[in-house]
Design a binder for this molecule. Structure first.
Ligand SMILES: [Zn+2]
Length: 214
């Protein structure tokens, strides 16, 4: 994890990155939520807020035990973020989207629970890594989803939630947003090439990338 940012800068950057994701169609309506680790807790987007219309001063502030301390009430999906922070010391920020292409992949009947997306490009491997576990479908709000995500997050920087969307962690806010965008691009390529016989990166290519950039 990168050293936590000062809170005023983190508030501003979270709102700017969320607005950029919304403007480019990565999130619609009130879907999606973003959090960042601070020195004394976390910031997360409020419940029912739109990523396109956030107010830096109304972001939900949580303490280190994820208790709400100030700002608007936190996203109802806060437990997805908690699952990543408690599973991964290197997680400095978490981005959850219902972005179209990655969500489409989570609905495929033949979804490979271990490697749903093949290694098509080096950028996907560098940003997401070797593993992208799939967490089975849970009704939103089902408390069993948190331990399921936590287990998956112990071995991966990102997970796909079946019939729901991706949850992606990064060492910093910018890192997590970049990884979420790369996952969406990889999903788009995968869907474009579905039924074709694309040339994939080999296991040696993947290992070389992870050794160099992992
Ligand atoms: Zn969601």
């Amino acid at each position: 994890m990168d050293a936590p940012m000062a809170e005023p800068q983190a508030r501003r950057l979270l709102v700017d990155l969320a607005g950029s994701l919304f403007a480019r169609g990565y999130s619609v309506g009130s879907a999606g939520n973003i959090s960042v680790r601070l020195a004394d807790g976390y910031l997360i987007t409020p419940t029912n807020s739109s990523l396109g219309r956030l107010d830096p001063l109304r972001l939900s502030k949580l303490d280190r035990d994820f208790r709400h301390v100030s700002g608007d009430a936190p996203s109802k999906e806060v437990f997805m973020h908690r699952a990543f922070y408690t599973a991964r010391d290197d997680a400095g920020a978490v981005v959850h989207l219902h972005s179209t292409m990655a969500t489409a992949v989570t609905c495929l009947p033949e979804l490979d629970a271990v490697n749903p997306l093949p290694p098509l490009t080096p950028y996907f491997v560098m940003r997401i890594g070797k593993r992208l576990p799939t967490v089975p479908y849970y009704r939103p709000g089902n408390p069993q989803m948190e331990p399921a995500i936590q287990n998956a997050a112990r071995v991966a920087r990102a997970v796909l939630l079946a019939n729901h969307g991706p949850v992606v962690s990064g060492r910093s806010l910018v890192d997590a947003v970049n990884a979420a965008e790369e996952l969406e691009e990889a999903s788009k390529l995968f869907l474009l090439l579905r039924g074709a016989n694309p040339r994939l990166l080999t296991a040696a290519h993947v290992d070389d990338l992870l050794k160099t950039f992992g």
